[in-house]
Design a binder for this molecule. Structure first.
Ligand code: GTQ
Length: 347
């Protein structure tokens, strides 16, 4: 597949001639287009939360959440600099909302997830409902739903943002608008969507076409309980420890149509077998410490650090304490397009 085509003066002059007509010869580029295995510019990388936190506090003195619209430091993959991408298909950033601040209401085609890293008592409002956020909570903002964030507590609030920005960009399908007011009208009580949809009950004649989950906050207290209950009984998976996926209670599919989200527990001293998959993945440990080997590099992580595993690179994780890792990838999209592939080594 990789054999370079010979150059001759006749061929070169032919290429120049057709170039002027917006044509090119496939045989010169085929090997770069159709590769025998994924070839990605995306590189493994780890960001220390303490470093990001310090820069965010500095940013807090330079600009308000209101002026910035969203005060976020973008996690730029070192192999994809200047593109606001953490992987080829996904965006990630760390957002800070200071006490008394509001990140004003807007809506857009891009779907967003939040994974709360630090702080307590700030809220995000989605579609007329506010949810209070605590560390480890996983919150979604579906496509084209109005959303604003506010902090009425006394400490700054930090969370990881994951969005499908590069995917929407790829399809040239971006729409966005702001609201006149900073905050949307609250029309439903706190906890309404979880009370309606988070209890293994659904309206008998529910006809819902939206693809995102109607639950928009998956609280960490419930997530942690599920992991702890399973820990006592379940067999550990050699590659994943104990790994769960967040699901949409209406469809059983992933919680969001474009981004798959996962939570996994690695018990103290567990070392996973090697694993690789075509979905480049962003990891956010929230409890515990350990290290991950990605390709030929080792990354030491602790709570709130963030790291990225590119497509098809071998990864192993090892924990020094019971560790809990949140992660997200484009797996739902790849699976729907029959593109997803994984390799468990010999495990
Ligand atoms: O909170 O709505 O990190 O619109 C990037 C774009 C966060 C948000 C980001 C956004 C948001």
């Amino acid at each position: 597949m990789d054999n370079a085509i010979q150059k001759t003066p006749e061929r070169e002059s032919f290429y120049r001639k057709i170039d002027g007509e917006n044509l090119s010869a496939l045989w010169n580029v085929m090997g770069d287009l159709i590769t025998p295995e994924p070839k990605s510019a995306c590189r493994p990388h780890l960001w220390k939360f303490d470093d990001i936190r310090a820069y965010m506090m500095e940013a807090g003195k330079l600009i308000t959440a209101k002026e910035a619209e969203r005060r976020v430091l973008v996690l730029e993959n070192p192999g994809l600099r200047g593109q606001s991408k953490v992987t080829t298909s996904l965006y990630a950033g760390v957002q800070m909302v200071m006490p008394g601040e509001v990140a004003p209401a807007h809506r857009h085609s891009q779907s967003a997830l939040r994974f709360v890293l630090e702080g307590e008592g700030a809220h995000t409002a989605v579609d007329g409902e506010r949810t209070m956020m605590a560390p480890g909570d996983f919150v979604i903002t579906p496509s084209m739903k109005w959303h604003d964030h506010g902090n009425q507590a006394s400490e700054p609030m930090f969370w990881l943002d994951g969005l499908d920005i590069p995917m929407v960009q790829f399809f040239d399908a971006s729409f966005a608008e702001g609201l006149e007011e900073d905050e949307q009208k609250v029309t439903r009580p706190v906890g309404d969507s979880f009370a309606r949809y988070g209890r293994n009950l659904l309206p008998v004649d529910l006809k819902r076409t939206a693809k995102a989950s109607p639950i928009f906050n998956y609280p960490y207290s419930y997530t942690r309980e599920a992991l702890e209950a399973a820990k006592a009984h379940d067999e550990w998976d050699a590659c994943h420890g104990l790994k769960l996926r967040f699901s949409n209670p209406v469809t059983g599919d992933f919680a969001m149509p474009t981004i798959g989200t996962f939570i996994q527990l690695l018990p103290n001293g567990f070392k996973t077998a090697r694993y690789r998959s075509t979905d480049a993945t962003v990891f956010a440990p929230i409890e515990g410490r350990g290290r991950s080997r990605i390709g030929d590099q080792t990354f030491e992580w602790g709570p709130r650090d963030l790291f990225v595993v590119p497509s098809w690179q071998w990864v192993t994780h090892e924990s020094d304490e019971d560790a809990v890792l949140f992660s997200f990838s484009d797996r739902p999209v790849q699976q729907k397009l029959d593109l997803f592939r994984e390799d468990r080594g010999n495990a």
